[in-house]
Design a binder for this molecule. Structure first.
Ligand SMILES: Cc1cc2nc3c(=O)[nH]c(=O)nc-3n(C[C@H](O)[C@H](O)[C@H](O)COP(=O)(O)OP(=O)(O)OC[C@H]3O[C@@H](n4cnc5c(N)ncnc54)[C@H](O)[C@@H]3O)c2cc1C
Length: 420
């Protein structure tokens, strides 16, 4: 075979990382008749895919670097309880990330990146529906209400402007503008402090931990081995096979490998020409009892707090902490989220928190995920979705499985080339 001939469609693929992105890729590879082994150093949903807000919101899935974000960055340096935190002494990787992120936080760059998201957003729900139709034992829930709530009309203007930008870029999103009283009528769990709101239509949500476990069960039921405790330390393309070496000394060969290791993507992908930094944007969550469980997500954009109904509880999530993924959970951040949400929610017991959690959004400086081939024709990357790896995880898996098995890149993936 010449160096330029693509290898034949792989029979056996290793997917490294059992989060939403890795498992969705595994499932759609199986759909195309490929044998799959999933390896994770910890377990199913051990990374960001567990305690996130579970919003499936293609209508507002947009690139993270945007002109308004810079304002938060500056505020963060001044206040440790602000919703964005940048440590005073950044390491070299963080500095590279921040420099790139700042360069991409312009209106023109935002529009270009938004154009890349729109075709993905348009297909995101279809990929979830394909999983449901294919027997995955967890389904998505329609958000009967999806409220962004504010103290004042002035605060609301930021999201109204953003929604106008989103629409003018060509993204469909329907919404109503509500008074505080109208919002409370829809959602009695909002307090009297809420004086203005926006109601988004056509979005969905899931319990992400449950969903990803159901996906893992489906992948196993279709014959995959799911190996936990497998810390992959090296991947070597020794064509026609790729060797995957784990910390316990195991050394297995596969026809192809998908790197779906979330915020740790760079560790294994860099050697295959993936130069884009993947930086941990750490977020926190916990769940609480609330007298009236909302019928859909509630968002406090000014506080950057995202709430999601999970059974009889409310998950409350927030913060964007640019620190090492491995740093311990910082209780001050949990308290800051609770303090920010407290005046805006009615009947929520924010002191009796359970499932306190920190996880890392895999953020890229240009706000675009890394999905597709690498320098090796047998090694693929799938990650770097930042705030949107749950919404776009299934579609990522579906499109990447198509590319791996046909050798042709679907048009939607062109802007997400991992070697950009
Ligand atoms: C607070 C918060 C709220 C969020 N809310 C939403 C939301 O509402 N909607 C949305 O769409 N997104 C949301 N996100 C983002 C979303 O959670 C992530 O984009 C998504 O979970 C990333 O999935 P992943 O599969 O790429 O990575 P992960 O879920 O992090 O999975 C990576 C896996 O790789 C494994 N791994 C890493 N390195 C190795 C190795 N060397 N060997 C073996 N295994 C390895 C890890 O153990 C881990 O299980 C949120 C994130 C946070 C933090």
């Amino acid at each position: 075979m010449s160096a330029t001939t693509p290898p034949p469609a792989p029979q056996h693929v290793a997917v490294i990382g059992a989060g939403m992105v890795g498992l969705a890729t595994a499932w759609f590879l199986q759909q195309r008749g490929v044998r799959v082994t999933v390896l994770d150093r910890t377990g199913v949903a051990a990374g960001a895919s567990w305690g996130n807000a579970g919003w499936l919101t293609p209508g507002i899935t947009t690139p993270l670097p945007e002109p308004a974000v810079l304002k938060y960055g500056l505020r963060a340096v001044l206040s440790p309880s602000s919703p964005v935190y940048v440590p005073p002494r950044a390491d070299a990787r963080l500095l590279r990330f921040m420099a790139g992120f700042t360069r991409h936080s312009t209106a023109a760059k935002w529009r270009t990146a938004m154009r890349a998201y729109i075709p993905m957003n348009g297909r995101a729900f279809d990929a979830f529906d394909a999983l449901t139709d294919g027997g995955v034992g967890a389904s998505t829930q329609e958000a009967k209400s999806f409220l962004a709530a504010y103290r004042t009309e002035t605060e609301r203007k930021v999201l109204l402007d953003e929604l106008a930008h989103i629409r003018s870029a060509g993204q469909e999103i329907e919404f109503d503008v509500l008074t505080g009283a109208e919002a409370r009528e829809v959602e009695p769990s909002l307090s009297d402090a809420v004086g203005a709101a926006i109601r988004l239509h056509g979005q969905r949500f899931i319990n992400p931990g449950e969903y990803v476990h159901a996906l893992a069960d489906a992948v196993r039921a279709r014959g995959a081995s799911l190996v936990t405790g497998a810390d992959v330390v090296d991947v070597r393309d020794e064509g026609p096979a790729v060797r995957v070496l784990t910390a316990d000394g195991a050394d297995q060969r596969y026809d192809a490998v998908v790197l779906a290791t979330g915020t740790w993507l760079g560790d294994l992908a860099r050697r295959f020409g993936v130069r884009t930094v993947v930086q941990a944007g750490r977020g926190y969550s916990f769940s609480v009892r609330i007298e009236h469980v909302p019928s859909g997500p509630v968002y406090f954009p000014a506080q950057r707090v995202a709430c999601t109904p999970l059974g009889d509880r409310l998950r409350v999530a927030g913060m964007m902490e640019f620190r090492k993924a491995e740093a311990p959970l910082d209780q001050r951040r949990v308290r800051a989220i609770a303090a920010a949400a407290r005046p805006l929610l009615r009947g929520a017991d924010l002191d009796a928190r359970v499932d306190e959690w920190v996880g890392s959004r895999p953020c890229t400086p240009d706000g675009l995920p890394l999905i597709g081939g690498t320098r090796s024709p047998r090694v693929f990357a799938a990650g770097g979705h930042g705030m949107w790896g749950i919404t776009l995880g299934p579609l990522t898996g579906q499109l990447l499985a198509e590319q791996i098995t046909t050798g042709r890149r679907p048009a939607e993936l062109a802007p997400f080339d991992p070697q950009r």
